[in-house]
Ligand binder design. Structure first.
Ligand SMILES: [Zn+2]
Length: 223
């Protein structure tokens, strides 16, 4: 028996203090018991799952299911984007979704961190696109690659293209790479910012030349 602080009784406690201490001890015990019960319960659930081979079933079924779901999400984005770009209908034969960097055919890249996010194969007219990027970036990469498709489908004279592109002002850091990337990045900018495109065209003749060039190319694809 402790001395009671509250009522200053020596060698014994008042009833209030005794109850308070007993209740605190009871709470501690209850929490300990609860943790034990939950741990035991989780152990038992795991044991049952293992016995029924459910864990391996989950690994075999659920992982491909989530991969499949991600695949269809990407396919849905591709369909939606292509619906909005009718000019690409005849210049793209296939959009291939790549889950691994190794599946890209060469070291051409989109992005400044030397990772490949998308690629346009102008011999097969196919777009290769990396799936492990945010939906927003996935969409932008796709539109950028569609820009390459429009460029290659309509390019008759490299000199004409190089006269308009690959020169200041650039609308993104990546467009500085070369005139081809400048075309694709400008195409992406025009699709993302139609109003800004009109404003910028009024203010800068080099940009107007790029926008006019792309508008003509789009028209040519739709003929
Ligand atoms: Zn590119």
């Amino acid at each position: 028996m402790k001395d009671c602080n509250r009522c200053e009784l020596k060698g014994k406690q008042c009833n209030d203090c005794w109850f308070a201490e007993a209740f605190a001890n009871l709470k501690k015990d209850l929490v300990k018991d609860l943790v034990k019960v939950v741990t035991k319960l989780l152990d038992s659930i795991l044991w049952v799952l293992k016995k029924l081979h459910i864990i391996s079933i989950l690994v075999v079924l659920v992982i491909p299911m989530t991969t499949q779901a991600a695949q269809s999400r990407h396919e849905a984005i591709v369909r939606r984007v292509l619906r909005q770009l009718p000019e690409c209908e005849n210049s793209i034969t296939k959009v291939r979704l790549l889950n691994r960097q190794e599946d890209f055919s060469n070291r051409d890249y989109y992005g400044m961190d030397f990772k490949l996010y998308g690629q346009f194969n102008f011999i097969a007219d196919e777009i290769y696109i990396y799936t492990k990027q945010s939906p927003e970036r996935f969409k932008e990469t796709l539109v950028h690659e569609c820009g390459h498709a429009v460029d290659y489908a309509t390019r008759t004279d490299n000199k004409l293209q190089e006269k308009a592109f690959g020169r200041e002002p650039f609308l993104s850091v990546y467009s500085r790479t070369n005139s081809t990337e400048d075309f694709a990045e400008t195409y992406l900018f025009m699709k993302n910012n139609p109003r800004k495109t009109i404003r910028l065209a009024r203010r800068n003749k080099n940009l107007k030349a790029k926008f006019d060039f792309i508008t003509k190319a789009i028209k040519k694809c739709l003929e």
